[in-house]
Design a binder for this molecule. Structure first.
Ligand code: DXP
Ligand SMILES: NCC(=O)COP(=O)(O)O
Length: 237
């Protein structure tokens, strides 16, 4: 079964626009779970452009599905995660000023660092996931870190999908196959949408989780949050 984890970053973006509490991030998270989402994802970036550290603390007691925190493992980020103890932490190689995540880790070049971070989180019982591209040698290196899972960066798939779904998904099918054979769980995310998700899942049915935010929240502006979440869940059946 592939879990849908709703990334609520963009709810925080809208909330921050007026400096008050509308929309209420915690209510949206609870509603996403009530509508069937199997997880909530947040990406507290250093500049707190959307999700703030305080949001992460306030969300923790409320999230009753899987709580996934994404970010670059700076000391500040690690301290936050170790205090909050989510279900899963997803390690992302983003620079502090990155507009959004735009690449996975070069694992071999960061092996010692990633091993130490993975060890620290796993010692506290927090599931680990490393954000990577589809390069299969890099995925084999990721397995050597001891991480529980990888998360496949799916923007390249989303970009190519309109011009050729089969060509777009092929590297991801191979990458997932290699990861699973290495004993890794496989998550996926970034720019997945109602346009491209069902095909992606049909070609990689053993995905553990997709984390989806930007497109889902945009869809909800037209369809409503409950209907939108139901449509995304239907893509994962
Ligand atoms: C790792 C990943 O792909 C998502 O966390 C993405 O980076 C969302 O971040 P923004 O919502 O800040 O674009
Ligand atoms: N890990 C991907 C994520 O959490 C959401 O990415 P996006 O759907 O906002 O592109």
């Amino acid at each position: 079964m592939t879990n849908l984890s709703v990334n609520i970053n963009k709810i925080a973006t809208l909330r921050n626009a007026r400096g008050e509490n509308v929309p209420d991030l915690l209510k949206v998270a609870a509603d996403c779970e009530a509508y069937g989402a199997q997880g909530i994802t947040v990406h507290p970036r250093p500049d707190e452009r959307h999700i703030r550290r305080d949001d992460v603390y306030r969300l923790r007691p409320l999230v009753c599905t899987e709580f996934n925190i994404e970010g670059y493992p700076s000391q500040s980020f690690m301290d936050l995660v170790l205090q909050v103890r989510p279900t899963q932490v997803t390690l992302v190689p983003d620079a502090p000023d990155a507009l959004t995540s735009s690449a996975g880790w070069d694992v071999a070049s960061n092996m010692e660092f990633l091993v130490s971070v993975v060890d620290r989180f796993k010692a506290e019982g927090i599931r680990t996931s490393i954000f990577v591209g589809t390069d299969t040698d890099n995925i084999r290196q990721a397995a050597k870190t001891g991480t529980d899972r990888i998360e496949l960066y799916t923007k390249p798939y989303a970009d190519l999908y309109p011009s050729g779904p089969e060509k777009a998904v092929a590297p991801f099918v191979e990458a997932a196959d290699v990861a699973l054979k290495c004993g890794l769980g496989v998550n996926a995310g970034h720019d997945l949408s109602l346009v491209n998700l069902e095909y992606f899942h049909s070609m990689i049915p053993r995905l553990s989780e997709v984390s989806i935010g930007h497109a889902l929240i945009c869809d909800a502006l037209y369809l409503g949050l409950e209907e939108t979440i139901h449509r995304y869940l239907n893509c994962l059946k």
